[in-house]
Design a protein around this ligand. Sequence first.
Ligand SMILES: *Cc1c(COP(=O)(O)O)cnc(C)c1O
Length: 465
Amino acid sequence: MKKKETANSRARNIPKMDVLLADERCDLLLKKHPAFFVKDALRKAVSEIREGILDGSLSVVPQKDAIFEKVSSMLAKSPFTLKRVVNATGVILHTNLGRAPLGKDIIDHLEGNMESYSNLEYDSERGKRGSRYDHVSKILCDLTGAEDALVVNNNAAAVFIVLNTLAKEKKVSISRGELVEIGGSFRIPDIMKEAGAILCEVGTTNKTRMEDFEKSLDDGAEIFLKVHRSNFSIKGFSEDASLKDMAYLIHSNGGILIEDLGAGFLLNPSLFGFHHGESVKKHLEEGADIVCFSGDKLTGGPQAGIILGKKDLLEKIKKNQLLRIIRTDKISLALLEKTLIYYKDPYLAKEKIPVLRMFFSDEGKLRERAEKLSEIIKKNKDYETRLIKLKDEAGGGSLPEVILDGWGVSLSSKRLKTKDLEEGLRKNDVPIISRIIDDKTVFSTRTLFESDMDIIGEFFNTFKV
Ligand SMILES: *Cc1c(COP(=O)(O)O)cnc(C)c1O
């Protein structure tokens, strides 16, 4: 009874909210953080202290200094659930980690352009209503040689609207080797059905020849769909008809060739000594009437579905009522326009678009960064580091066969199990996502930003088991 009373009376000595709110340190916090967060943190801190006093776990009532210290560290943590992470996996287009990172120069474009009104659908030259699509279609055509362009919410939507417009109630011919599932339960045969197309399977899983497409023309197919094998490859006894041959045959018979590229390079990757994948421009040159791909895969921009091709076909798609359901928003359009502008100079694109920079990283530079990272980590004497060669990946269902030679740091600690370190890294305020190889924590340097190095350094500076 006595004990309880003293606890209660001690709890009365906890500084009151109005006293804390009137303190000048509170004003300082309000300059850095929204008032809602500051008040919330103060309330939480006071209530934790009260509980501690009442249950006896706190014997001394903390005063203002200690309370503001506690509140500052609470506010230093991110209040958001969708937030930055450090991707040390070496998988560039990591589907779980937001696919393409945009980079500061691209994000900066939103400032000034998006915080106010914009000419999203207004042609200020002519003083008339304009089209949101015009902001990116010209540059997309310039970069790819396409006659026209359209951008929708994502590539799944792009595939759907293309089929729904051009292939509804029509026979659509596709190789059995391309009836794929992309992930997130996006299955080509199901999407075709939902779009109203009549599926005509052609060839076999491993071999589809020109004769097979000839036969399906005879069977009345008007539309031909080619789908990129995003997340698998067919090796060994296999054969595919080339895009060029298909286009020749299909066009001679009045058909339409649609290609779902999944991911699209808007520059020629061999310019940077990279001999996998081809530019979107090449696919159009080889005869695809329509190509579509994601804005946030190899293009390295925001989430978007980019549709390019023949003007008359695009005109039809633009008239489809369903376009409104999948239309792209002004923020994505602004980010996409900024991304696309860099492509006017491929060398600038490589420098400014993080996905390209990561893709075409020089192996020597990756090793240098691994050395630097190793030095940063070794400042904590509990850890031993080793530089290792790594096999990095494009990821995101873009180039499943391609392995990128990279460098990383493998660490071990005498005091800590790999599993516990992985968990500590993952639960950091800025989660650090690593790889585990041979029961060791590994950081790949390919997918790290310069500022990630500081975050990792800070982690090893302060992490306690
Ligand atoms: C990724 C992918 C899609 C889906 O694109 P989203 O932008 O994720 O909607 C469709 N088709 C192929 C071949 C893909 O690789």
